[in-house]
Design a protein around this ligand. Structure first.
Ligand SMILES: NC(=O)NCCC(=O)O
Ligand SMILES: [Zn+2]
Length: 665
């Protein structure tokens, strides 16, 4: 494969630019220039820069996503969930941008332009363009930074230009993946895959091509659809802080791990779905891979009901999530759940639930504090599996009452899984989504005696805090078995990345630890290792659980989730004889910890192709902010088939109203 050395070396040059933790693409994004400009990069730099990243934790006490206790203090108050976070919580780079507003427009470009490419332009032309742009940008710096800092930047830039001059060609828009085992959810075969302009054109043995086609050898390897992660939280603002991975860094990490699309959760802004959608549209402009949105519903009125319709009919959203936990913040009651379910049904949209009994969680937290249990183990103890099981069962019964399909996110326990199993056995359309952490981890870390473990050689205990909690050993195995037998249908991550400094907020009180773990980069490797290597599932099952079923549920199959002529060229090549190792030192997320630290396994994703472009190869990431597309998801997936019939049968079964003769007077 062709490589662009100037890109790689340019980013390695940036090692000393300490104020840029991980490239960030804030600022104005112009649709036209976005399409024309390709900022590729290598992420080795990210690890170098992580140590320079500092988060200042907010001292401001506000109600926050994970903190039902704070709700108690502010009981019945207005939940200032969004955009009310303390400014000090933002990353240093954001602080700099605020301090020098003019920089906002150009600073991100400045740090990336050394690698600018256009899709089909010649290397020489492109590098000239880059130089001009860099000169312009460096002059901007003069207004804002000291001479010393300026020198560091410009010397890096000028050195990078030399590499640009030595540019060595560009990825072809025509690819042939040769000699691999092509795996779909329904079938696997030895075949070549031919790709043109981002679309799979042919899947056949022995495809012959001309010299203008880049050939990738996949002999002895699996060629599979790129992963689709149905559950992520990028640039998630939880009131007092924001997750460290945004739509660029989170997606870059995803691509390095073989995921080529994800679906994120839009949080309404001040109750407005439209404002929330627009907010996420902005956040997602820096995307380097395809993405879709679910919408969270936090309150109920006529406006919300109308906006739900708008989201489905005009914005390409076909799923709405209801939080049964996070009392006083996101939690909704059964009345709202019923209204929401009915509306979802009428729109052909899928109702999703975070199933934990929020009242019980609140009670559990109070109990722990009264018992003097303030450490991270209190998190697990305050929201035991029974609390998850109860909410799952309740949501399932209410969805059955309305006769609408239900999707249960992050199934973490046997209790919840068994509710799903029971419902599916009775014919109800319930989808259960376990996540990577629930399959791979157990709660034992939460009982570790140190909050911060010996000089961070092993990361913070609190990094394992998420909701519902990671359970005791045994739940993981049961969830794996449920996946392999079809009781659960697909695997997500709930990637919600908070750094150790953000997690440290709850050092004296587990209720203050921001909830969430990583996984967007690790999911594909973990599922292969845990499920396929152990013999629990076949490679075809793997494709179904990590990609195809998600595409079907959210109605974008076979554009996504398949290696078929006409499908998007989102493809991974996995070498089953190679190994992977997970570490915060080498991952591509901005996170300074990794809940899978030190984990090794078999089956390595050696190549990721997103939209027909090779973005991950030879352990190098070449990604393009602005290249990711928003994927609209139409309503009425296969889950809605037959609902009308069931409704009709129900109505016929009522034998009511009973016609009674009026008593004669
Ligand atoms: N799961 C979690 O702990 N954080 C993300 C928000 C949610 O999905 O509940
Ligand atoms: Zn959740």
């Amino acid at each position: 494969m062709s490589n662009n050395n100037c890109i790689d070396r340019y980013y390695l040059m940036q090692k000393d630019v300490t104020i840029i933790p991980v490239p960030n693409f804030e600022g104005e994004w112009n649709q036209e220039t976005r399409r024309a400009t390709n900022y590729s990069m290598v992420f080795a730099q990210a690890q170098q820069n992580k140590k320079h990243k500092k988060m200042s934790m907010s001292k401001t006490k506000r109600r926050s996503l994970e903190n039902e206790e704070e709700f108690a203090i502010a009981k019945h108050g207005q939940a200032p969930f969004h955009h009310a976070y303390a400014q000090e919580d933002l990353m240093k780079i954001t602080f700099l941008r605020r301090s020098v507003p003019k920089l906002k427009l150009h600073f991100p470009a400045a740090i990336q332009t050394g690698s600018s490419l256009t899709d089909i332009a010649t290397p020489t032309l492109e590098c000239v363009w880059s130089e001009q742009r860099m000169r312009f940008v460096t002059s901007e710096f003069l207004h804002f930074f000291s001479f010393t800092f300026f020198t560091v930047i410009t010397s890096s830039l000028s050195q990078s230009n030399q590499f640009c001059d030595a540019g060595t060609g560009f990825p072809s828009s025509k690819l042939l993946i040769k000699g691999g085992t092509v795996v779909n959810a329904h079938h696997q075969q030895l075949a070549d895959v031919y790709v043109e302009d981002g679309i799979i054109v042919a899947v056949n043995p022995n495809i012959k091509v001309g010299d203008d086609v880049t050939v990738i050898d996949a002999l002895g390897k699996y060629v599979m659809p790129g992963g689709i992660d149905p559950h992520t939280h990028l640039e998630f603002d939880v009131n007092f802080t924001v997750t460290v991975d945004d739509f660029f860094s989170g997606q870059a990490a995803a691509l390095a791990g073989g995921t080529t699309m994800h679906i994120d959760f839009v949080i309404p802004l001040n109750g407005s779905l439209t404002a929330g959608f627009e907010d996420y549209e902005k956040k997602a402009k820096k995307s380097c891979m395809d993405y879709g949105f679910h919408m969270v519903i936090t309150k109920w009125d006529e406006t919300v009901s109308r906006e739900m319709e708008l989201m489905v009919k005009e914005k390409g959203i076909n799923s709405f999530k209801f939080f049964m936990a996070y009392k006083g913040i996101l939690m909704i009651n059964d009345e709202l759940l019923l209204e929401g379910f009915k509306k979802c049904k009428s729109l052909g949209a899928l109702a999703m639930v975070h199933a934990e009994n929020g009242d019980a969680v609140y009670e559990g937290q109070e109990r722990m504090i009264e018992l003097g249990i303030t450490g991270p183990e209190g998190h697990a103890l305050s929201r035991p599996a029974v609390v998850e099981g109860e909410a799952t069962g309740r949501a399932i019964r209410l969805a059955d009452f309305v006769n609408t399909p239900l999707y249960v996110v992050h199934v973490m326990s046997i209790d919840a899984m068994e509710e799903i199993a029971k419902a599916r056995k009775s014919g109800q359309k319930v989808i259960g989504e376990p996540i990577a952490s629930g399959l791979a981890l157990d709660e034992s870390w939460l009982w570790h005696p140190d909050f911060e473990i010996a000089a961070k050689q092993v990361p913070l205990v609190s990094m394992y805090v998420m909701s519902p909690p990671i359970r005791k050993r045994g739940h993981d195995k049961a969830l794996q078995a449920a996946l392999s037998t079809g009781v659960l249908q697909l695997v997500g991550t709930d990637h919600c990345a908070f750094n150790s400094t953000q997690k440290a907020r709850g050092i004296d009180d587990f209720r203050k630890i921001p909830n969430g773990v990583n996984g967007i980069e690790e999911r594909m490797h973990l599922v292969w290792d845990i499920m396929v290597e152990s013999g629990q599932i076949t490679p075809s099952d793997y494709v179904r659980l990590t990609s195809t079923e998600c595409a079907r549920i959210f109605n974008i199959y076979p554009k996504k989730g398949a290696i078929l002529p006409g499908s998007d060229a989102d493809i991974i090549i996995l070498n089953p004889n190679s190994t992977f190792e997970i570490s915060a030192k080498s991952h591509h997320s901005r996170l300074d910890t990794n809940v899978y630290e030190g984990r090794t396994g078999k089956g390595k994703i050696e190549v990721t192709i997103a939209g027909g472009r090779v973005v991950w190869e030879n352990d190098e990431l070449k990604v393009t902010p602005g290249s990711g597309r928003y994927i609209q998801m139409p309503p009425f997936s296969y889950l809605f088939d037959g609902l009308d019939n069931k409704d009709a049968i129900y109505l016929n079964s009522l034998q009511a109203p009973v016609k009674r003769a009026k008593a004669s007077t």
